[in-house]
Write a protein that binds this ligand. Structure first.
Ligand code: Y12
Ligand code: CO
Length: 171
């Protein structure tokens, strides 16, 4: 089932999401719906709050070098915690909740992630490159933060102006 994606400036996106405590069939159905919604919208990452569900869950499907997304590479990440972040890297980010805008954002280059899978099993992974960036972008959503919240004052002003104009043109 496709879920509606909420977009900026919807205040729900500022919510701090709650830990998942029940790893049941309802959670599994929700994660399946998140996956369908993300792929339908050409996304590579989606946090639960983007479909108005304030729980600490996110999904990722990072494309390969040819840009293809393999469903087998999907990561379902629940109650994540970053340890040992290292280095700095900058990447032009986009977000399904801020459609049409892309900005250079600085993130940690590498990190270790501890999380639970859909069954509540404790997992960990090492991330670099796009996976590391995507994890940090999606984890920001769990704390009510968007990539545009990282912008300098002047770049944020420019974004607000462009966003206002885009909304007017849509009407
Ligand atoms: C690097 C940077 C950011 C992330 C977070 C995940 N972001 C996305 O999945 C963004 C997807 C996106 C898709 C769009 O739709 C199409 O391209 C058809 C899109 O389009 C428009 O805004 C019009 C914008 C964003 C992970 C890794
Ligand atoms: Co996003």
């Amino acid at each position: 089932m496709l879920l509606p994606i909420i977009t900026y400036p919807n205040k729900l996106l500022k919510n701090i999401s709650d830990d998942v405590v029940l790893f049941d069939s309802q959670l599994h159905a929700f994660l399946d719906n998140m996956y369908e919604t993300m792929m339908h919208s050409n996304g590579i990452g989606l946090a639960a709050i983007q479909v108005a569900m304030p729980i600490r869950a996110l999904i990722l499907c990072i494309p390969d070098e040819e840009g293809n997304q393999d469903p087998n590479n999907t990561l379902e990440i629940i109650n994540p915690r970053i340890v040992n972040p290292n280095g700095k890297t900058t990447y032009q980010e986009g977000c399904l909740s801020v459609p049409g805008f892309y900005e250079d954002i600085e993130r940690y280059e590498t990190l270790t992630l501890h999380y639970h899978d859909r069954h509540g099993v404790e997992c960990s992974l090492q991330a670099d490159e796009l996976l590391s960036i995507a994890i940090q972008h999606e984890m920001d959503h769990l704390d009510g933060k968007l990539f545009i919240d990282h912008l300098s004052y002047s770049r944020r002003k420019k974004f607000e102006k462009e966003h206002k104009k885009a909304l007017k043109e849509k009407k």
